[in-house]
Design a protein around this ligand. Structure first.
Ligand SMILES: Nc1ncnc2c1ncn2[C@@H]1O[C@H](COP(=O)(O)OP(=O)(O)OP(=O)(O)O)[C@@H](O)[C@H]1O
Length: 359
């Protein structure tokens, strides 16, 4: 449904040149809900504007909904729906009139039936006479989506569809987006800043940073392959027993853990801080027994052990060096983002030897 190769956009102005998008390759299959994530200024909006013909690329090619972006932008526009961040309605115009006008603009033959169908499916029944400015946030977003869908496009672009909505309205909108995909096979390409939305709603995610796609995959794949599972071990007192100070003893315990785990194939990374050891491992559930056996064999006694699944925020941090919870913060200098050599997924990330280090 979307196939872009080397899509790039540079802005040149009085203050210099900004390479907003630096060669994006992306594919979206029919019927997918794909989430496009990235920190502030990563290039999401610029990419979206190029794919929806609102901005000409400076380089690259793309086919969108079966039409060539450069050769047939009008053809692309006829076959896509676009819901912009703020929507496009006039607050004083009744919702029904907005829908009717949109249907006329696109030459929809069975306008009344199409509008009635959309209103039914998007819970807008009975709201046609209300000016859009008087609708609730959730109702207005559903109206925006109905406007984007009135001409039955096979591909819908949604720019931050649930920003500003309360949790109930967000969940409700997710249901409607899924229903469009399941009922009509509509392909959805959406940008979002909400990681829970990306996780719950999207079949696949693309993460862009500094104008390049740095990771792609299903939410589960990304969490498994990019971030790994996290095992936290707390060493028992006896694990660090012996002569010397408490610091020495903790150091000895850490040394034993390092020795015991450095050869374990599942361990990707280990940070030791006093009695607490934080391991990043491949497939934590499977690895757990082997890890315990290795520690047992090395005479390391544990006080506690916990396994946690990584969150999408862990993924985000791993591939961009930034947390989406702190979107304006710069990438820490000592934690560089993944080099821009191509998508980090779906291949395994732990290509190098496991590293074990004391924090
Ligand atoms: N018209 C423009 N002129 C100059 N620079 C621009 C222009 N539009 C975008 N940029 C720059 O291009 C980069 C990417 O911007 P873009 O809006 O695509 O990012 P974004 O990922 O959508 O960010 P946000 O999440 O903050 O909306 C930024 O550095 C931005 O300042």
């Amino acid at each position: 449904m979307i196939d872009a190769r080397g899509l790039a956009r540079t802005f040149t102005g009085r203050h210099g040149t900004v390479e907003a998008v630096r060669g994006v390759d992306l594919s979206v299959a029919p019927g997918e809900i794909v989430g496009f994530l990235g920190p502030n200024g990563a290039g999401k909006t610029t990419t979206l504007r190029m794919l929806t013909t609102l901005l000409a690329p400076t380089a690259g090619t793309a086919t969108v909904a079966g039409r060539d972006l450069r050769a047939d932008p009008a053809g692309v526009r006829r076959r896509i729906g676009v819901v912009a961040q703020g929507g496009g309605t006039d607050p004083s115009v009744p919702a029904g009139e907005e829908l009717d006008l949109q249907a006329r603009l696109y030459g929809v033959p069975d306008r009344a039936a199409r509008i009635a169908d959309l209103c039914g499916r998007l819970d807008l029944d009975g709201l046609g006479a209300r000016p859009s400015g008087s609708l609730s946030g959730g109702q207005r977003r559903r109206l925006d989506i109905a406007l984007g869908l009135v001409h039955r496009p096979p591909l819908l672009f949604l720019d931050e569809p649930t920003t500003g909505l309360d949790p109930h309205s967000r969940g409700n909108l997710w249901d409607h987006i899924r229903a469009m995909r399941d009922g009509d096979g509509t392909t959805v390409f959406l940008t979002t800043h909400y990681l829970d939305e990306a996780d719950a709603l999207c079949d696949r995610l693309l993460i862009i940073d500094r104008g390049l796609i740095v990771a792609e995959g299903t939410p589960a794949e990304l969490k498994r392959r990019v971030a790994g599972d996290v095992v936290v071990l707390e060493l028992a007192g006896s694990a660090a027993s012996g002569a010397g100070t408490a610091g020495d003893r903790a150091g000895e315990g850490a040394g034993a853990v390092r020795e015991a785990l450095s050869r374990h194939p599942a361990v990707r990374e280990a940070a030791v801080s006093g009695r607490v050891v934080r391991l990043t491992v491949e497939d934590g559930e499977k690895a757990l027994t082997g890890l315990i056996r290795a520690l047992d064999g090395a005479g390391v006694e544990l006080a506690s052990l916990s396994l946690s699944r990584p969150t999408l925020d862990d993924v985000f941090l791993a591939v961009t060096g930034r947390s989406l919870r702190d979107p304006t913060g710069p990438a820490p200098a000592d934690r560089p983002a993944r080099p821009p050599s191509g998508p980090a997924s779906p291949g395994p990330v732990s290509s190098g030897p496991s590293s074990v280090s004391a924090a």
